[in-house]
Ligand binder design. Structure first.
Ligand SMILES: NC(=O)c1ccc[n+]([C@@H]2O[C@H](COP(=O)([O-])OP(=O)(O)OC[C@H]3O[C@@H](n4cnc5c(N)ncnc54)[C@H](OP(=O)(O)O)[C@@H]3O)[C@@H](O)[C@H]2O)c1
Length: 339
């Protein structure tokens, strides 16, 4: 038995947008590299509020324009779409700037750390008829489309259980522990939250325990979610220890297993029920590895802009909001400080 092949969008079949980048930090570097190497998309301008950073980024990626004002970037005639890649507490304001300038916007994850602000952005996008998309890039990876086809075809029956872990010793990663930006739950945990949301929808109950630091920052979390359907999900996030990055979706008739790490281009397997039942794998053997996989969401974004969509068919606005509600409720259960 072979698993289905992923249905990928040909990068040359979508409109070649001229991107403007806000917040040229580490993920914007990865985004720019893969965009310019693996698609006909172009980057016409970059903006940073930190002196010298936009200029250095522009030099690295041969971008013609570097500016120090986000306002100036979004209003430029040579910018068709805006990628917001600064810290989450600044995402909503930047996304609104872009939308009010008439530009569709791709917003890094977590979309915001505030559900009301996120709702305001999404509603503005809809009012203006402009695409707003959370950069939940895992939804657009090839293995996710293989899994999507398996779920749609009923290969495992009704999904009943999602198990996932994202544990990585990120103690040396400054952003992870900076209020307004990270926290392992909001930065890393948003991936298993998004996986649960995709497969099972919004939970009806949420419990969580974990380790909260003296300053209110969550460091390690184990969450237990239940659903009106009777399904359950549990995941563990740690910014302190390493553990395998696995994700499993178990259904009444079988199991889907993502190859590790499930948040990078990897693979997906399918097995029936029972002990020692062999798993059939689809493995991603493309040269697009690790964060080069950001390219799939960029191509999808350009496709949706070309089709006049205001939200992604693969992650709706309601999905993005639900993920934030889950993260906020887990934060409350932990007694941690969301900001
Ligand atoms: N998709 C993925 O795999 C992935 C991976 C890593 C991060 N991310 C997400 O991408 C976003 C940016 O992460 P990053 O690692 O690229 O961040 P970063 O390199 O630390 O910084 C990105 C930008 O955020 C602003 N910034 C940095 N430190 C700040 C501070 N102390 N106060 C206010 N603003 C600050 C700066 O904007 P200016 O240049 O304008 O000053 C900077 O250019 C986050 O939402 C993160 O969760 C996604």
């Amino acid at each position: 038995m072979n698993l289905p092949e992923p249905r990928l969008i040909d990068p040359s079949s979508v409109p070649p947008l001229r991107w403007g980048i806000i917040g040229p930090g580490s993920i914007a570097d990865a985004f720019a590299s893969t965009l310019l190497s693996n698609t006909p998309q172009r980057i016409s301008a970059v903006a940073s509020r930190t002196p010298g950073r936009a200029e250095a980024f522009a030099l690295r990626h041969a971008i013609p324009v570097a500016v120090s004002s986000y306002e100036e970037l979004v209003t430029r005639d040579d910018v068709d779409a805006v990628y917001v890649a600064n810290q989450p507490t600044d995402h909503a304001a930047c996304a609104l700037l872009a939308l009010d300038a008439g530009k569709p916007v791709l917003v890094e994850k977590p979309f915001t750390k505030n559900v009301e602000r996120a709702a305001e952005v999404l509603s503005r996008g809809r009012q203006l008829g402009l695409l707003v998309m959370e950069a939940m890039w895992t939804r657009y990876l090839p293995q996710s489309d293989v899994a999507r086809q398996l779920l749609e075809s009923g290969a495992i029956g009704e999904p009943r259980l999602v198990l996932a872990d994202f544990c990585q010793d990120n103690r040396a990663m400054a952003r992870m522990w900076r209020k307004g930006h990270g926290s392992p739950l909001w930065d890393m945990g948003i991936y298993p939250i998004a996986l649960c949301q995709w497969v099972l929808g919004e939970p009806s109950s949420i419990e969580a325990r974990g380790v909260v630091l003296d300053d209110g920052m969550d460091a390690e979390t184990t969450a237990y979610l239940t659903y009106a359907s009777g399904a359950r999900a549990t995941f563990t996030v740690s910014g302190v220890v390493d553990a395998p990055h696995h994700a499993t979706v178990a259904g009444e008739d079988g199991v889907i297993e993502f190859a590790q790490p499930f948040v990078f281009p990897s693979g997906v397997g399918l097995a029936g029920k029972g002990f020692d039942v062999p798993m059939t794998w689809w493995m991603d053997n493309s040269p697009i590895r690790r964060h080069a996989g950001l390219v799939y969401q960029a191509t999808a974004f350009a496709d949706y802009v070309g089709r006049g969509l205001v939200e992604s068919p693969l992650q709706s606005h309601d999905d993005s909001l639900a993920c934030l509600r889950v993260a906020a409720e887990i934060t409350r259960c932990l007694g941690a400080d969301p900001y």
